[in-house]
Design a protein around this ligand. Sequence first.
Ligand code: CTP
Length: 423
Amino acid sequence: MNIILGVSGGIAAYKAVLVVRALSERGHTVRVVPTANALRFVGAPTWEALTGRRVTAEVFENVADVEHVALGRWADVIAVVPATADLIARAAAGRADDLLTATLLTSRAPVLMAPAMHTEMWQHPATVANVALLTSRGVRIVPPDDGRLTGPDSGPGRLPDPQVIVSEILACAAGVQSSRRSRSDTAEVVGEFRPLTGRTVVISAGGTREALDPVRYLGNRSSGRQGFALAEVAARLGAEVSLVAANTTLPVPEGVRLTEVVSTAELHTQMVSHARNADVVVMAAAVADFRPAAPEPHKIKKGADGAVAPLQLIENPDILAELAGRRRRPQQVVVGFAAETGDHAGSVLQLAQAKARRKGADLLVVNDVSNGQVFGSGDNAVTLLDGRGVPLGTVSGSKTEVAEAVWATVIELLGGPDHEPAG
Ligand code: CTP
């Protein structure tokens, strides 16, 4: 089947990557038509690599081929994922100011839209009227989920899971009347969407502690939430997940094997051992770079004269650099994190780019921690860099949404020509 996947400019655009992949895996031919704003979230190279076809948002790029007409005729179904309030308004008004809206106007194929936006926008009378108008013209709307949105708010407006959308697209193309299915029905129709099935991943999380004496330690403020979210999402996507957690108190996600550690030395041992069998290694833990040279076997006492003994520190191994530099398996994907505040030597991005090149990982997930707002919070905002420090995109939202975006990128890396499944 020929499917046009329209993508408009919302944070949920990354989920469309998983939709394209799932449709292609089922043997469908997919062409992606993004809006210009969608390309700010997921770039043309990603869509082109996924579909093997040139991707543009412009009507005027391939004028001789009258591409919007050709595309409209070629499609058996058009799905817009995510559909922003703006795209919905333009489609409802019959505008044709970019390739996607022009294609929607020329095509006679069934159309599905999966809206995703903030609750206020979704419930605004203008959007409600536009959606009603499109529905009356036969456009099938996949209602957004009620849940966590970008930022601290939650409510209806969240893009449903990719497998739900895939199911809806196939039902729409087949003219099946059902609107939204339950998750279990969806699984029956399209099979579980588990692109990491057969893959083994190991994820470190939390923050290491270095003993000064039996009661004191040097530590950091990492809660482990981002690492746990990565583990939970990877398990949901079918991976066999080991989580090596340093000093966390979070509940262990379903289907995830937990190993607890305290110090960097213990984390090092566990990660080296787990990496031997892993297709993907993720270092999300905040690792102490230094440890006391000689931790005291007894509690350190205040001197009678109030004198403070200087603290001698020695450097810990750089686990990420070691694992990235000496891959334990062929085609293993290694992911690192970078917590940066920026300083006199450079901006957050400059320091992170230097770190990406220094560490040798395939993907670096960069946190700006200058305000300390990431630690312990449910939300995150990150920039993804490739191994050479080239920005791949930014993601903000709940730590689960960030985890989904990280795994979408890793799945691309695993599927690339240099990352055929190991073994
Ligand atoms: N990391 C590691 N071993 C260390 C220090 C860090 O494996 N001894 C990993 C972290 O898990 C993370 C990445 O390296 O994936 C970057 O950690 P970060 O603390 O941002 O950087 P550092 O290497 O500590 O460099 P700096 O402190 O100079 O920023």
